[in-house]
Ligand binder design. Structure first.
Ligand SMILES: C[S@@+](CC[C@H](N)C(=O)[O-])C[C@H]1O[C@@H](n2cnc3c(N)ncnc32)[C@H](O)[C@@H]1O
Length: 381
């Protein structure tokens, strides 16, 4: 099995990583990802609770970030409800919301969503003194000036690690990795979480809050797509492996396909907040709330009602494709003509769809999330 010592592979993967995680643009992401919206809608009470505990009597603008916003559609209800509450509690205060994602994100779509140019209802027209911005800055870097952030929000984004530490020999995701390979992903995940929190700690005003919803591994070892019986990442790996057996893709292409992700356990999420020697703890960040939740796959739930396997397969695969396609595309040899790469990917997802159509039981992508709210102590500098 390739390990973290697989240096050359790591070097070449490093520069690729940021390219491999964009969601499909053109609004495809929000349309295909209703489960992600359910995850965020389920956090509205946590967001409103965080706002209720803040002292909003300030003259400077109230600042909220949505870090890893994709096209802004999945969070629009939750952001709108949060900002309406801020407006109600602080009628005179300017509000600014900053949508952030990686530079290759489709920010045009974010503005179309927020300014009501899509069919998704928006909040932007009914909150006055509201200013909408975007920042194409990784959450591994400072996004706003020190001590100016009131509410940092992020959903389903910080499982993406800033570097792929090594290739995974017989799988495509760290949940299928073992030994030194698994440890290398855990270490990269730890470093990224630590630095992301340290940067947020500097950005937050005293009394500010973070509401962070992340894919994780729950107390029973469950993670995204693993709850129904057929494990989604194992299926991805098996079908991708079958393409090497059919000589559709090469062994190097299989090995170069690695999701740049780490799913953290609750202990991994909470560690920086609990160790008095940790800079995050020392900056005054404390957990107010942490829990794991399973948000059911809307397509599997619908299938349980309608029982039509073909419909389930047809509706379910696009949501997988919306976030996974860039990773599989990045594994393919770039010297292949674009149409050839597109055909391989179509074939790959078609085979997944055929599999679900033929034997739908156990498939589904229940979300397994860690919901975490943290506060920066009002006394912190
Ligand atoms: C699965 S999508 C989630 C989108 C949305 N927050 C939601 O919950 O539906 C993950 C998003 O995180 C973004 N992302 C990944 N790494 C990032 C980073 N280092 N900084 C900012 N955004 C990042 C991706 O580009 C993508 O848009």
């Amino acid at each position: 099995m390739a390990g973290p010592e697989d240096g050359n592979a790591a070097m070449s993967l490093k520069s690729e990583t940021l390219r491999d995680i964009a969601m499909k643009g053109g609004g495809y992401y929000s349309q295909a990802t209703t489960g992600a919206r359910d995850v965020i809608d389920g956090a509205v009470e946590l967001l409103l609770g965080a706002v209720a505990r803040m002292d909003l009597r300030r003259a400077r603008p109230f600042t909220m970030t949505d870090m890893g916003c994709a096209d802004g559609g999945t969070s629009i209800t939750a952001v709108g409800r949060t900002l309406r509450r801020v407006r109600a509690l602080a009628p005179e205060r300017p509000i600014q919301v900053i949508y952030t994602d990686l530079p290759r994100n489709d920010f045009s779509q974010v503005f179309q969503t927020v300014h009501g140019l899509t069919e998704i209802p928006t909040y932007a027209n009914d909150i006055d003194n509201l200013y909408v911005f975007a920042s194409a800055t990784s959450f591994h870097r400072p996004i706003v000036p020190p001590a100016t952030l009131d509410l940092g929000f992020s959903a389903t984004a910080s499982h993406y690690i800033s570097e792929t530490p090594c290739r995974i020999a017989n799988h495509v995701h760290m949940v299928g990795a073992e030994g030194a390979t698994r440890a290398a992903y855990a270490e990269q995940g730890r470093r990224d979480w630590q630095s992301m929190l340290e940067i947020r700690a500097r950005e937050l005003v005293p009394g500010g809050r973070l509401v962070l919803l992340n894919f994780g591994i729950d107390e029973q070892g469950r993670h995204l797509g693993s709850t129904g019986g057929v494990k989604m990442f194992d299926t991805f790996a098996r079908l991708w492996r079958e393409l090497t057996e059919a000589d559709t893709i090469g062994e190097e292409e299989f090995l170069n396909t690695n999701f740049p992700q780490h799913y953290r356990t609750v202990a991994e999420f909470t560690a920086p907040f609990e160790d008095p020697a940790n800079p995050v703890y020392r900056a005054g960040l404390r957990i107010e709330h942490v829990e794991t939740r399973i948000v059911p796959c809307p397509y599997a739930s619908a299938f349980a009602e309608h029982g039509d396997a073909a419909r389930f397969a047809r509706e379910y695969i696009p949501t997988l494709r919306s976030w996974s396609e860039t990773c599989f595309a990045a594994g393919l040899d770039p010297s292949r003509p674009l149409e050839e790469r597109a055909a391989i990917l179509d074939h790959f997802y078609d085979s997944y769809e055929a599999l679900v159509r033929a034997a739908p039981e156990g498939h589904g992508m229940d979300y397994v999330h860690c919901y975490l709210v943290a506060a920066k102590s009002a006394a912190a500098a």
